[in-house]
Design a protein around this ligand. Structure first.
Ligand code: ADP
Length: 476
């Protein structure tokens, strides 16, 4: 658990990065200091070599004699130079050397000799000549003369070696300590930064289906955590709404189904107890049949809406003639309106054929629901006008009736599920209160719009505006 925690991983990442930086800078510093120190040493060696070579008495007098060597010694002491100095004659044999070169002599390498013959000073580092590396300069006294005498100056790198060893030790000791302390700091900081996450987790644990109304406290500092909690709260809002809708829907649905069931039971009981003549039984059965078909309609509508919400009712968009569909449904509407002596008229206000992309079966259902309502809520002898036009890529269908109309305060709710203006009247008419919800869903999935205008006592107009292009994709 601990190993997988963000806090632990953050700390490890931090420690690893710091370790890499420390190691790299240690190596870098080491290389830089070594090169820098060596540069200073070389400069000094050149200086001494140049100075010694101008020590004219050595040049002009017999180099094998002891006197000049003593003079060299005095010369070096006077200048306070502690370097190893060796003077070689033109054959490369030692002519004279400083007194500190008692136990060993400075070697003359092949390359150094070759360089000297060409008049080039040559630097080299000799490992372990005097327990420590020695930086050695072989310097031709007369550049350009192949048989020149040479000066060799050697400098023990012991002090530089010590300095660098000290530095390394400091790094080795301090590095892990720094790493440990900063990792501890990183651990504490990560813990502090992640504290709000733990708080959110605890708060989220408290929330379940029973107390969806709880919200997480959102800090006002607009950081990532408060953004997360705000998003979570938004999600809870949506969930709560969805839950409430589902609850209301199932409550409404059971209520709607209970009413016809109660009637069914009541009438059956009455018939069983009191009816004697076959005619009485027939009447009771006919009434039962009505309730049964009503329940069937409710269940059918509920199923359609439930499936539309869960996306199990996919659209099958095809290109079809909307004009043909309207004409066909107009004839159907006329037949339906006939028993109530309601006149149905169609005005196709476009010369050309209207082609529409959409789910023909669903659009037919939508149209029939609107037409059915118009017939249902228009008294006998009334009139229904169906008008179809086209405008800038949209088909516009309106159905106007001379019916009872809808009071303004009900208009915003008529598309809600189970919403009915007059319960008693609607029950008689066999309405389920779901028809317009289905209409709205069909219009929505076709990216269309539906509008209602109504004057109570005079009539209503339902207008559906559908894009000719239809839905681009199946909308769930
Ligand atoms: P119902 O199955 O009860 O007709 P709807 O969802 O189709 O349910 O309609 C909701 C309510 O809107 C109806 O109860 C009715 O009161 C009102 N309504 C719908 N269409 C009309 C209309 N053309 N004229 C008057 N009222 C209407």
């Amino acid at each position: 658990m601990l190993l997988r925690s963000i806090r632990f991983r953050l700390t490890c990442l931090y420690a690893l990065t710091l370790a890499v930086i420390l190691t790299a800078s240690g190596y870098g510093l080491n290389a830089y200091l070594s090169r820098n120190q060596l540069g200073h040493v070389d400069e000094r060696l050149l200086l001494i070599a140049a100075d010694v070579s101008t020590f004219s008495s050595i040049l002009h007098e017999n180099l094998t004699a002891s006197t000049p060597c003593e003079r060299l010694e005095a010369y070096l002491r006077q200048r306070n130079w502690g370097e190893y100095v060796q003077i070689l004659n033109e054959r490369g044999s030692i002519a004279c050397s400083s007194s500190n070169l008692l136990d060993f002599s400075l070697p003359l390498s092949k390359t150094a000799l070759q360089h000297a013959e060409r008049g080039i000073p040559h630097f080299e580092t000799l490992e372990k000549l005097d327990h420590h590396p020695i930086r050695l300069l072989t310097y031709p006294i007369e550049p350009g003369n192949r048989n020149s005498t040479m000066v060799q100056i050697g400098y023990s790198l012991a002090s530089i070696d010590h300095e660098i060893a000290d530095l390394r030790l400091t790094f080795f000791l301090l590095g892990p300590a720094v790493l440990l302390i900063t990792s501890l700091g990183a651990w504490l900081l990560a813990g502090k930064a992640l504290k709000p996450v733990a708080r959110v987790t605890r708060a989220v644990r408290r929330i379940n289906a029973e107390n969806l109304s709880e919200r997480l406290p959102v800090a006002n500092n607009q950081d990532e955590i408060s953004e997360l909690t705000a998003t979570f709260n938004q999600m809870l809002d949506d969930l709560e709404n969805a839950f409430r809708r589902i609850k209301q829907f199932s409550g409404d649905a059971s209520h709607e189904l209970r009413t016809p069931l109660t009637i069914l039971r009541g009438e059956t009981e009455v018939a069983l107890r009191w009816a004697k003549e076959p005619e009485e039984f027939r009447k009771a059965l006919a009434s039962n049949m009505e309730e049964i078909s009503r329940m069937g309609r409710i269940i059918e509508d509920l199923l359609t809406l439930a499936k539309s919400e869960s996306g199990d009712l996919p659209l099958i968009p095809t290109e079809f003639s909307f004009s043909d569909l309207i004409q066909e449904l107009y004839l159907q509407g006329r037949a339906l309106a006939e028993p109530k002596q309601i006149g149905v008229n169609l005005q196709l206000q476009v010369a050309e054929e209207i082609m529409l992309r959409g789910d023909e079966l669903r659009l037919r259902q939508m149209f029939l629901n609107l037409l059915g309502n118009a017939i249902k809520y228009t008294p006998s002898g009334g009139r229904i006008d169906i008008a179809v036009t086209m405008d800038r890529g949209f088909a516009i269908l309106s159905i106007t009736d001379t019916g009872v109309g809808i009071p303004a305060e009900h208009l915003p709710h008529i598309f809600d599920r189970f919403y009915r203006i007059d319960e008693a009247r609607n029950r008689e008419d066999g309405g389920t209160g779901l028809g317009l919800s289905i209409v709205k869903w069909i219009v929505d999935v076709h990216h269309g719009r539906i509008e209602v205008r109504s004057t109570p006592g005079k009539g209503s107009t339902f207008t559906v505006i559908l894009p000719l292009a239809g839905p681009e994709a199946v909308k769930k």
